[in-house]
Ligand binder design. Structure first.
Ligand code: AMP
Ligand code: GLY
Length: 428
């Protein structure tokens, strides 16, 4: 089968790498792609906002499956446009993608279906939001309702900060994404990510991960798209995973069906494991980046077969096989990230750095010309490794990171610290 992959990040490189291992995969195309994906897939020029052009490419190249990496094309209805003309897609409809596209949409489902989540209020105007705030106390969380590139969440330590955040959002700080505001109770606990595939009616658990959102070591500094991740997340015991399926994922599947918008794709549930158990912070409707990289390294199954089963409503009775090992990914980013960063710096020694069998280097913001790889994005490389424990995976990953010759980049040295602390405690 010929496959079209949409995206250009480390997530898509990991998906491409895993799909290429499937005997079902014949030609693999990618748009817009990156220098790493280009090594294993055919790069094509395609405007993914132009749904008719994407459909025409699929028809012309006998595409049997389209895999959409990022959320924006999904929220924009790319899956709907393609399915309408008979093209198989992995990824939800625009309506189902509202689970990520609107925080208020998801919170209302939680309220209606009794899904554990932070207490909240949802507001369409500033006065109502400020009135509600006056009945609450700090710390409290203020969120822009729509997609704000991961920046629409303000963790307010004081009421003044919360009031400022409400005014900023309604003042247009996040544009259209701030047309509504959600105000939430601040949950206390350990965060974890839970992934499940869903074919519209059947959902099956995938795996768990934890990421490091802050740019600085010790989880300090501004938020980023993610500076590293590992899988599995030790806090997600078998019991917590089962509770997450029963209390969060399955009720959501039902809610989407009741609404006439069955969810097909991957649920990426951001959880807070509180004293009461798993509570939903948010849904994403696509794989995490860099969480996907660690998931793909650990998956011991045919990804193409699974994605096709998802699209075809064929997941019932399936179970996904995983390696027993842990995986850990270190993000190498361009100097300056997440603020404005340098572009065009040269990256060397990648082949040698990736020579360890336990290591894969997934590319994110890279380009290649005349055989020279350069950095063109904020997050640039995801050095990912398997190991018998998170600690061992970390050793492999960092020994590869140190071999990469890239003076224009930086990375955190403490990815995995929380899991490793736990592993060491368990060993005594
Ligand atoms: P979101 O974009 O909704 O995932 O929020 C980004 C990050 O903000 C989460 O990963 C959490 O670290 C934090 N966060 C969001 N909502 C809450 C909440 N209600 N309580 C505590 N932390 C939160
Ligand atoms: N790493 C977080 C995300 O992909 O949203």
């Amino acid at each position: 089968m010929n496959i079209l992959l949409i995206g250009s990040g480390g997530r898509e490189h990991a998906l491409a790498w895993k799909m290429k291992q499937s005997p079902l995969c014949e030609r693999l195309f990618c748009a817009p792609s990156n220098a790493g994906i280009d090594e294993i897939a055919e790069k094509i020029e395609l405007d993914v906002n132009d749904h008719r052009a994407v459909a025409a490419f699929c028809k012309g190249n006998n595409i049997g499956l389209v895999v959409v990496g990022p959320e924006a094309p999904l929220v924009d209805g790319l899956a709907d446009s393609l399915i309408e003309v008979g093209i198989r897609v992995f990824g939800p409809s625009a309506q189902a993608a509202q689970l990520e596209g609107s925080k208020g949409f998801t919170k209302d489902i939680c309220a209606k279906y009794d899904i554990p989540t932070a207490a909240y209020g949802r507001f369409g105007d500033e006065d109502a939001a400020l009135e509600y705030l006056a009945t609450q106390s700090a710390p409290i969380v203020v969120k822009a309702d729509g997609l704000a590139a991961g920046k629409g969440v303000i963790m307010a330590q004081t009421m003044d900060e919360a009031i400022g955040a409400v005014k900023d959002i309604f003042g247009g700080m996040f544009g259209e994404a701030g047309a509504e505001v959600v105000i939430e109770e601040w949950l206390i606990g350990e965060e974890a990510s839970f992934f499940a595939l869903c074919d519209g009616t059947t959902a099956i658990p995938m795996a768990t991960a934890q990421d490091h959102k802050r740019v600085g070591e010790g989880d300090t500094g501004p938020n980023t798209g993610g500076m590293g991740a590992y899988s599995p997340a030790p806090v997600m015991t078998e019991k917590m995973c089962q509770r997450t399926m029963d209390e969060i994922i399955l009720p959501t599947v039902k809610a989407m069906n009741d609404m006439g918008a069955p969810f097909k794709g991957v649920f990426f549930a951001g959880l807070m494991i509180t004293e009461k158990g798993p509570e939903l912070i948010e849904y994403n409707v696509r794989f995490g980046d860099p969480e996907c990289q660690v998931l793909m390294m650990r998956m011991d199954d045919d990804l193409v077969e699974l994605l096709v089963a998802c699209a075809d409503g064929d997941l019932a009775g399936r179970e996904i096989k995983w390696r027993n090992e842990a995986a850990l990914s270190v993000v190498m980013a361009a100097n300056g990230y997440p603020a404005s960063y340098d572009k065009g710096s040269v990256i060397g020694n990648l082949d040698k750095a990736a020579s360890d069998d336990a290591v894969e280097i997934f590319h994110a913001g890279t380009a290649k010309s005349d055989g020279v790889v350069t950095a063109i994005g904020g997050r640039v490389l995801n050095v990912t490794a398997l190991g018998s424990s998170v600690y061992v995976a970390k050793e492999h990953a960092y020994s590869a990171v140190e071999k990469v010759n890239w003076p224009g980049g930086f990375y955190r040295r403490d990815i995995g610290w929380l899991a490793i602390e736990r592993e060491q405690k368990q060993k005594g």
